[in-house]
Ligand binder design. Sequence first.
Ligand code: MG
Length: 393
Amino acid sequence: MQLYRSLSFCSLTLCALASTALAASSGPRFYGDPPDDHHPWAVHDGNRPQPKVVTPGTFSSQEQAGKPPSDAVILFDGTDLSKWQGDKGDAKWKVENGYMEVVPGSGQIQTREGFGDCQLHVEFATPRKVEGSSQGRGNSGVFLMGLVEIQVLDSYDNITYADGHAGSVYGVSPAMANVIRPPGEFNVYDIVFRRPIWKDGKELDPGYVTVFINGVLVQDHARLEGPTGHMGRSKPRPFPEKGPLALQDHGNPTRFRNIWYRPLPPRPIEGGTDGYLTTEATMAKRREIAAQIRKDAEGLSGTSQMLRYLESLVYEKNEAAEQKVKELGNQYVAGLKALPNDQLQSKKDEVKSISGNFKYMSKFNLLPASFEPAAALDQMIKEQRWDQEKKKK
Ligand code: MG
């Protein structure tokens, strides 16, 4: 813990008060490895934005649909089909008792709004009255972007082809387990969908889907092979950025409830900045972070300004910022030297903390080892024998 604090860029009160999006956290700025060619942030970087706060939802029971998490986009909450449409006009499916039900022959329904990568939650119940067999039993489907079918079927004690069971990527990838509840009971789909990404006619990422049924993993980051279909082998092709979620009318009165999704952040390949980045993307992000911190530093003064400029140098070398650190650092040292001894002693922790920040910089060659204010602080710590004290536990 002591090490954590002593290398913290933000152990000074003023620094903790810096108020920009980048400096939103009040924790330490740096003590892990600095940014490199593939990571724009340091390890344990205190400047890295905090994860957004999401209030979790609740689980469903057979009687009652659960609550979605706070940031979910609700597609169906059991009351109406206002977010949905049919092939020709409004959606014609039945809504009652908190669920919607396929009206056989009325056609598939799809969301009015399109979306792409997402975490999707859908609950479905196949008809309590068992009719038909194989693909004719409780058949429907969840069509991601209207193109990739995650099969909905009454797979309870029902033999059919493996790549057509509930939880299959239809015709492509069988579910790894059959965990379907008996007819009439609600099942829960939790799906993570990443669409294919193409550029200039070339596939950069085939896209993937992960599916849980009733909490059991049935598709593990399964590679997509383009839109799914009946009998034909799927073939990769570009997808649009967004597409509607569609539910299939396969002639069976299957029910759905509690449908929502959460959009997912972009992957590095499409401009996302979390994950293993190319050197080009990393450097661009590092420049952006450094520029924001320098801008933030402009609004500060004295020691806190010096530390903020110093932080910017972790992401990007910048002569002007380095010069500012040097000037402010030298002023700081001069101020310390002008203090009477008792007042200087009261600055001990602050001096050691700032010196620790300079040491972090020189350790990773972010500043010259002989950087003037750093050397002066080092010398002061030795003269005052502050380096002789036992470290607190
Ligand atoms: Mg189907």
